[in-house]
Design a protein around this ligand. Sequence first.
Ligand code: SF4
Length: 387
Amino acid sequence: MSHAEREHALLSASGAHRWLVCTPSVRLEEQFPDTTSEYAKEGTLAHEIAELKLRKYFIEPMSQRSFSAKLNKFKKRELFQDEMLKHTDTYLEYLQSITLSFSSKPYVAVEKRVDYSAYAPEGFGTCDCIIIHGEDLYVTDFKYGKGVPVSAENNPQMKLYALGAYLEYSLLYPIKRVHLAIVQPRLDSISEWSLSIDDLLAWGEEIKPIAQKAFNGEGEFVPGEHCKFCRAKAQCRARAEQYTALEDFKQMKPPLISNDEVGAILEKALHIEAWVKDLKEYALAECLKGNEIPGWKAVEGRSARSFTDIDKAFEHLKQNGIDEAMLYERVPLTVSKLEKQLGKKEFRSLVEEAGFVEKSPGKPTLAPISDKRQAITAAPDTASDFQ
Ligand code: SF4
């Protein structure tokens, strides 16, 4: 993730998976404000901490004192969480594992702005870390989010960064291979993928005309998974049409729909929930602005009661003769929380090996065919139980 790029480049690397498929989306998005979420701000802080650690280790050795002073400033920020220290360490350790395998000192750049405008008009972005050693270029992205694991394989964001890095350094280094990696410590995920420089440059040539179309706001609107982060997602007509086209099924005969049709409808329906949520958010914002959405209005939601000061309240209760046992519940930890608390080793010997854990099969659930889990069927009598 890179903050500078989000603010400036129209053809951003992080949005490439969208504008390479739905080319007119970037121009359509221009009319919507670019709001930064709390999550993104949290990510920015984690990046700043990571940058400090990487600079200290790879680029400008600094005394422990000056490092601590700088780190303490980050710790005072409102969005700081202790776990940022652990996760930025994981990222640093991953990069160290790469550089420690080299026989000589590599070139390392941190939070490096790269320019890929030779491939996508006015395109640039910030690489979290670039390492060059001999003929190998390593481009690594640190994603602090807790969303979903992102694969480095054929990842257009990473390939655009790599193109920018190659253009920047190809005169100085004989780069032949490119290694892309996405590190997501909060998801325990590190995804790596390599390709030759020839394949990367060939991809760059392939996307040139598509990027030009996107820059000009030309081409077809193509809805899909990538709509999720599009700023036009609530009002986009192409996205709405793909769902309202469900009406087509009404034209179908006979009166009962077939299993083929159930599959086709469910496939569309999977995305409808997310779309309806976007529409609701948009409609609520409009109502609050005083704009009319026929048939809908904004109202005050249910309010929740909470203690103004729980410590003082409980103290007051105790002083008035209320027994402490009435104020607290003793709740046993869940299996996974206890495992976290004890550590894996101790948990295994004291709990698992002593036979205190059992695993019951999960309840059958419907999943798209692309899901990694194996398909199951049930015996006829259990099948009716499920119903
Ligand atoms: S919502 Fe989807 S289809 Fe519409 S412009 Fe955005 S990416 Fe394209």
